[in-house]
Structures are given as C-alpha cells and as structure tokens.
Design a protein around this ligand. Structure first.
Ligand SMILES: [Zn+2]
Ligand SMILES: [Zn+2]
Length: 260
C-alpha cells in the first residue's frame, strides 16, 4: 500500500504547498483522503484524477474539502463527456452544506458528479481491496480519523484532533501514523489540534510503526518539530512534503521514496 502526500499545510496553503490531501493506493484501488485547497492540482501531477475510485472527507473545515468543487468541474467537463459519478464519503450533512454555495443548476450538477454517502463511526467502507474505517475524534464539528488497510499493512490518518483516547485507539498498532501537528508547542491544549510532541506521544502510546507529521503551519520550523518528536517516540519520523510517497509495509514501518 502506498501513501502520497498531496498537501501538507494546515489551514492555508504555503508557497508550493496545498492543504489536506493524501492519495492512498493498494488492493487495486485508488482513494483520496481529504481534498483541501490546491490538492487537485497536485493530484493531477501524480495520477489522472479520473482514475480515483472514491474520495473521503474527514470533516467540514474548508482546508479539508474546498477542492471538491474543482474535482466536480473536472468530472463534469471530462473530455469524453461527464465522468461516472464518484463515490464521496463524508460526515452527515456536509454534502448539503457544500451544495449551499452553488446555484440551483450548479447544485444539481454537483449532486450528479458524486454518489454521496454519510460516514458512520466504526463502519468500514470497502473500495476494491482497501478497507477504510472512520473513527470519531475530538475536533470541531463531526470529524473522523481514517484507518486504511489493504489486508496487510495499516495506515491511520488522524485528521484534525485533540490528543484523546479515541485517536489513540484508532491508531492502535498501525504501521504508519499520518498525524496532524498543527500547533506550535507553546499553544498545546489551546485548540483542538496536536503539537509535534503530542503527535509523538500519540505514535508512542498507539504503538505505531512509523510517524509522518503533517498539517503543518507554513511558518513552523520542521527541524524543531522532528527534535520535539525524538524526545518521546523512538520510531522513524518525518515531516510530510508534497509528492512524498511512502510504501506502507506491515511490521517494519514505512519506507520513504519519491513520487513513483
Ligand atoms: Zn485542518
Ligand atoms: Zn479542522
């Protein structure tokens, strides 16, 4: 199973960065986790967006979904005519909120572009040979972490979350933990996000094989983040960058490579 980082930035995209977006490939399936600002452009660098099998959105903050409108335009205006409707899994009510921005005709086209399905805590979704299980975490609105497996390796993507037992349980025993680390250390506990140190504690307490820090403020010092994590977690750690690809291997942590 492969993870490719399409967007590593938190809240707003930095220079050459995008907000939340991750491509997961395995089990003859290709899924997109989150679709924030700039993600569609970076996705198109790596694969044909029309080859996606499904899109999963963790929660209703704009940095996790606004490129869904761009993806809809691509599906609608594909060269060979409108593409098949794409399965889109998201928190209950979010699809309707997304549609509110659109005209009546635009909302109808938006509905035609996707097969929208509500996520439910702990209810796995099968896409080809991948299984994606949403797990509720503590953040604004209804927010889900995703646990993804191809039957061999396991990825846990934290989404945005506080450090609580629910995310530790979701990440338990994963081979790769892709954890947000939005907050500078001095803001620990002041918002429903993790610091780099807390992401390291999460990886340690969950027994994760490897840790990738992501959803980083464009102004944060990445070297300091790695140093902070090294204080609390012994496994392999890196900070996500656009187009980085990780092969997720059972039991041995993740091997980092460049985009395939
Ligand atoms: Zn976010
Ligand atoms: Zn958020």
């Amino acid at each position: 199973m492969w993870l490719t980082v399409l967007g590593s930035a938190a809240s707003y995209p930095g220079p050459g960065q995008a907000c939340a977006g991750y491509l997961v490939e395995g089990g003859h399936a290709r899924v997109l986790l989150d679709c924030g600002n700039g993600v569609l452009s970076n996705l198109a660098v790596v694969v044909d967006p029309l080859s996606l099998d499904a899109v999963f959105i963790t929660h209703g903050h704009p940095d996790h979904f606004v490129d869904i409108y761009a993806l809809q335009a691509l599906l609608r205006y594909a060269p060979e005519g409108p593409a098949d409707s794409l399965p889109l899994y998201l928190p209950g009510g979010l699809f309707e909120r997304m549609s509110c921005l659109l005209s009546e005709r635009g909302a109808a086209e938006f509905s035609a572009a996707f097969i929208a399905r509500d996520l439910s805590e702990g209810e796995p979704v099968a896409v080809g040979g991948l299984t994606i299980t949403p797990r509720r975490v503590e953040h604004s609105h209804e927010t889900y972490a995703f646990v993804v497996t191809d039957g061999e390796a396991t990825l846990c993507y934290s989404s945005d979350t506080s450090l609580t037992p629910s995310i530790v349980e979701a990440a338990r025993g994963c081979d790769l933990l892709l954890a947000e680390s939005t907050l500078p250390e001095q803001y620990a506990g002041m918002a429903e996000h993790l610091t780099a140190t807390e992401a390291g504690v999460l990886a340690r307490d969950a027994g994760a094989g490897a840790l990738v820090l992501t959803h980083v403020w464009p102004t944060d010092g990445r070297d300091q983040m790695l140093a902070a994590v090294a204080e609390v977690f012994d496994g392999p750690v890196s900070v996500a960058r656009e187009y980085d690809t990780y092969e997720i291997v059972p039991g041995s942590g993740a091997e980092r490579g460049n985009a395939k």
